[in-house]
Design a protein around this ligand. Sequence first.
Ligand SMILES: CC(C)=CCC/C(C)=C/COP(=O)(O)OP(=O)(O)O
Ligand SMILES: C=C(C)CCOP(=O)(O)OP(=O)(O)O
Length: 311
Amino acid sequence: MQVETIAQQTYDLKKELKKMAQQIDQALVKALPEEEAIPSIIHQSMRYSLFAGGKRLRPLLALAACQAVQGDQNKVMAAACALEMIHTYSLIHDDLPAMDDDDLRRGKPTNHIVYGEAMAILAGDGLLTRAFGLLAEAAFAEAKGQSAEVAQRYLQVITEIAQASGSQGMIGGQVMDMEAEEKAIDLPTMEYIHQHKTGALIKTSLRTGAILGGGSHEAIEALSAYGEYLGLAFQITDDLLDIQGDTEKLGKPVGSDEKNQKSTYPSLLGVEKAREAAEEAVQSAVEALEPFGSEAELLRQLALYLLEREN
Ligand SMILES: CC(C)=CCC/C(C)=C/COP(=O)(O)OP(=O)(O)O
Ligand SMILES: C=C(C)CCOP(=O)(O)OP(=O)(O)O
């Protein structure tokens, strides 16, 4: 595969990503109740995981998709925060003893290790609930502010995010993943797991940015296709990092999939073939951006970065 290596073009990308992640963090700080708000313990627990140092990939994708359709990023920030809250809730629950039983996440002890299982469950529930509250507030504000069209876009986004994170989306993927533990599964089942557990929220992040940015139907579909390939590449590299990565850089334990006897791309196809599958998915993601010009450069670079990421 002929792709420019990240070393050739990484400097600006990293600077741009850092700047955008800081803006997302500022918005996230304001989007949750203060730590002191009663009952303080739940707000501490929600903030603990939300600000533990995630890459902010999903909100970044939403903002980058908005940039690709030359939309107003201010209209996307609330939804970008909601996506990160939903993702963080899913990680808190994924780490619970009843699921992957992991004790390290984002370089820190997992939520249940610090706050106990009951509070970790509730912190996840709190983040999920706040995410939809935030989305509804944004729709309401647009409707009141005479922007009926943007309000309507928000309603479409709320519907799509609910679908992508629900029992026929991310939760469905997690269920299939759990059901597949200690079993030999085939490639279509593996693809179902990846598309739903990880891919659905990633694809929806792109659609969210494109829809709220006022993109055309064609642009939204092209960014959806990019998101599908990117989601696949992202999960395959996650599985590869679980085998070949470094706990310190990853901020989460390696070997978790083996511990839980999970079938993954590398365990099914071997490391080499899994790596090739990730490269092919990235290539297809970049090709899906052909209708766009320089306004989609961030998305192009992000796709290439995925192949070299260490965390
Ligand atoms: C509804 C729930 C709980 C959804 C969890 C979704 C999800 C993407 C978990 C992480 O997957 P993983 O276990 O492959 O990743 P990691 O290596 O980060 O634990
Ligand atoms: C979906 C998967 C594979 C879980 C980890 O997601 P990220 O790698 O995006 O986690 P953070 O950076 O947000 O912690």
